[in-house]
Design a protein around this ligand. Structure first.
Ligand code: NAD
Ligand code: GLY
Length: 363
């Protein structure tokens, strides 16, 4: 695709391209028309994103001769549920979408996860394309094929691994993203530097002002780095048997903090707190130098993200959520702990006393 940075997620005959460019939204139709994916699409989007970008995408599809309908749902995590999933299945059937058709997810991680799960299951699987519009979705959720919905017992407990056919990342859409959502995405961006790439970490330290100022070339470079790391990890371990678990750095305590705050602390901010907590566990265990942990906490802070669990959050509730963490195996909670900047190990040998010490210190 013209003027875009391109990379590939290498999964054999399920490999797919990721295109990153400022303004790519208007080019999607022309590019899709050259690919043998589908001739008719349903674009799924939340109401807010549809109001901002629905018409640009629909025009681009129509101009390229692709038939498309826009289907919207109320924005927010509360929509990522089985009832809305069922309603959307009915809607697809009512408009006569068949196995030759495809879906396009236009939106953040909620839209991507929901649409991906619809694509994985509607008529036993139809193709889909990701057009992520939050930073979190651009650097993380649109790549790698994790799809699904929440149930009352927990987030993402029903879903499927199902890869998209292409990912189109338009960095211009970040200009309308609320600041708190942008910062949340930056939490996931910092994660990549800590788990896998010390040079990228230095880049993030150097470019704080340009990144927070959303300067296009730097933002594109940053997103490209993150997608490259995610693509490498997913290609090596698509179903999270081993290596992919490193992407959960900061998520163990992070998820528990998010849930204990009744989701008033949004995901990326909770992950930032969880990363600092994991670093403190690593320092206490002698795995990581205090100086490295300090550097990560300083970077998180410089990007305007929290590093401490708010004092008012109930530690007992946090520990309760840790015990039912989806990533725990045989009742033992798994932690991703840095051994330095750019390297992590995964261990379930963290004692309750160590966790208590970190939870209480943070308060
Ligand atoms: P989201 O999809 O709810 O988007 C956040 C808000 O931003 C919404 O209100 C949306 O309407 C608005 N928005 C989106 N793009 C916008 C834009 N360009 N301008 C203005 N407003 C915009 O949330 P999210 O943070 O993108 O995603 C969170 C979800 O992603 C969670 O459900 C989480 O479980 C999931 N997730 C999935 C994976 C994965 O690998 N599949 C990874 C991480 C997170
Ligand atoms: N967001 C974690 C993963 O895709 O594995």
């Amino acid at each position: 695709m013209k003027n875009s940075q391109t990379l590939q997620v290498g999964l054999g005959d399920r490999s797919y391209p990721i295109f990153i460019a400022d303004g790519v939204m208007a080019e999607i139709g022309a590019d899709l028309a050259t690919r043998d994916i589908a001739t008719r699409y349903a674009v799924i989007s939340d109401d807010q994103v549809a109001a901002l970008y629905g018409s640009t995408l629909m025009r681009s599809l129509e101009k390229a001769g692709l038939q498309a309908e826009l289907i919207t749902f109320p924005h927010g995590e509360a929509s990522k549920n089985l009832q809305l999933f069922a309603d959307l299945c009915s809607k697809l059937a009512q408009i006569g979408l068949d196995r030759k058709c495809g879906l396009i997810a236009l939106g953040g991680g909620v839209t991507g996860d929901l649409t991906g799960f619809l694509a994985a299951t509607y008529q036993r699987g139809i193709p889909f394309v990701q057009v992520p519009t939050t930073l979190l979705a651009q650097v993380d959720s649109s790549v790698g094929g994790k799809t699904g919905v929440d149930i009352p017992e927990g987030k993402n407990l029903v879903g499927a691994f199902y890869q998209p056919k292409a990912v189109y990342i338009d960095t211009a859409v970040l200009l309308t993203l609320p600041r708190t959502e942008l910062l949340g995405g930056l939490g996931e961006v910092i994660k990549y530097g800590v788990i896998r790439d010390p040079d990228f970490f230095v880049f993030l330290e150097r470019e704080i002002d340009t990144i927070l100022g959303l300067q296009p070339p730097v933002i594109q470079k940053m997103i490209h780095h993150c997608c490259r790391i995610k693509a490498e990890v997913v290609a090596a371990d698509e179903r999270e048997a081993d290596l992919r678990r490193i992407l959960n750095f900061g998520h163990t305590i992070g998820h528990a903090v998010e849930a204990a705050s009744d989701f008033s602390i949004i995901h990326g901010h909770a992950v930032a707190i969880g990363m600092v907590a994991a670093l403190r566990l690593a320092v206490a265990d002698g795995l990581c130098k205090k100086q490295d942990a300090g550097r990560v906490a300083a970077l998180i802070n410089a990007y305007g993200l929290p590093t401490e669990i708010p004092a008012e959050l109930d530690r007992i509730r946090i520990k309760g959520y840790l015990k039912i963490d989806k990533k725990s195996i045989g009742g033992r909670v798994a932690y991703v702990l840095p051994t330095g900047i750019g390297e992590v190990l995964i261990t379930d040998e963290v004692s309750e006393a160590q966790v208590d010490a970190v939870l209480n210190r943070l308060g």
